[in-house]
Design a protein around this ligand. Sequence first.
Ligand code: GLA
Length: 362
Amino acid sequence: MNVARKSGTRKEIRETPSKMFYNILFLLLVSYRATQALENGLARTPPMGWMHWERYRCITDCKNYPNECISENLFKRTTDLLVSEGYAAAGYEYVIIDDCWLEKSRDNVTNKLVEDRYRFPSGLNHLADYIHNSGLKFGLYQDYGTHTCAGYPGVINHMALDAQTFAEWDVDYVKLDGCYADTATMDAGYPEFGRLLNKTGRPMIYSCSWPVYQEYEGKIPDYEALKQHCNLWRNYDDIDDSFESVAKIMDYFSKNQDRIQPHGGPGHWNDPDMLILGNYGLSYDQSKLQMAVWAILAAPLIMSNDLATVRPEIKAILQNRDVIAVNQDPLGIQGRRILIQKNIEVWARPIMPRNAAGYVFY
Ligand code: GLA
C-alpha cells in the first residue's frame, strides 16, 4: 500500500499483488546496495584538520627530540594550538595521527593493536577524550597490508578486530594506507574494511590510499567503486616541503582532470595530500598558491606543520574565511585548470551563488 498527497488531501492507492512484489523487490535491491556501500553520511564538505606526517615523519626518539617525536604530547599540544590560535574556529577539526604510533607487534594474547607504550603512556582513549573535550575529532592511520609503510603491523588478517578496536578507541577518521599489500586484492579489501568500520556503529570518515597504489602499477582505479566505499582517497605521490612538490601535484591533477575531477563531490573527495604552508619550503606567494589551488580542487584541508611556529601572515592564509568558504562550498564541485599559456595557468571552480555579505543562496 502506498499513500500519496493530492491537492492537500490524502488519497489511498491500492496496489495489485504483483506491483507490490516489484516495489518490495526494488526496496530490497536499494537496501542491499546501501549495505554494499559506505553510506556513512560523513564528509559532506572536504574534511579539515591537521596530520603529523609531512612535518614530523617517523620521529620516535623522544629523548633527543622531545618536541618533535610522535607522541601523546605532540597531539595534545597541537589540539591546544588548534583551539587557542583560532584554527578550530576557522573549521580545522580532525587531529590525525599518521604512521609510527604503534608497538612493533600486536598483543600476543588478544592480537589487538597496541599503541607505543612509551610515547602514548596514557593510551589512545585518553588522547581521544582530550581531543573530544576540546571540541575536535580524532583520526588514526593504519595500513591495508601486512605492515604500515614504516614497518608497523597492518590490518590484513585482522580487519574485523581492528575496526572494532578503532571504534573502542573513539576514532572519528581512519586513514588506511596501502604499503606491503597486493593491489589486486584492494578492490575487494578496501570496501570490506569500510563495511567493517560501518558495522561498529561508530561514524568514522574513511580515507583510502587504494587508487594511488594502483596508479603506481599503471592500473586505472575504479573511481565509481571508490565513491561508494571511501569518503576520500589519495590519488598521487606524497607531498614534500617544497614548491616543486606542490607544482608536481598540481600538474598531475590538471593533466588527469578529465578522469579524476568528475568523481569528487559531497561525501567522496579526491585528496592531493596535506597543506604544507607554515613549514620551510614555500614562500609567502607560494603559500597563497597552495591554499588557493587546494580550495579550487575541493581538497581536504589537512595541515601538516608546527602550529607553534607558523608566522602570522601564513596563519592568515590558512584561516582566510573566503578561501575556506570556496573549499567548503556546499555544491562540492571540484574545479579544474581551464587555461595554460606559457607559465600562466588559470584554475576555476563553480560555487553556489552568494549575496554581498557572503551568504549562500539556497
Ligand atoms: C605513505 C603515505 C603517507 C604517509 C606515510 C607513512 O607514504 O602516502 O601519507 O602516511 O606512508 O609511512
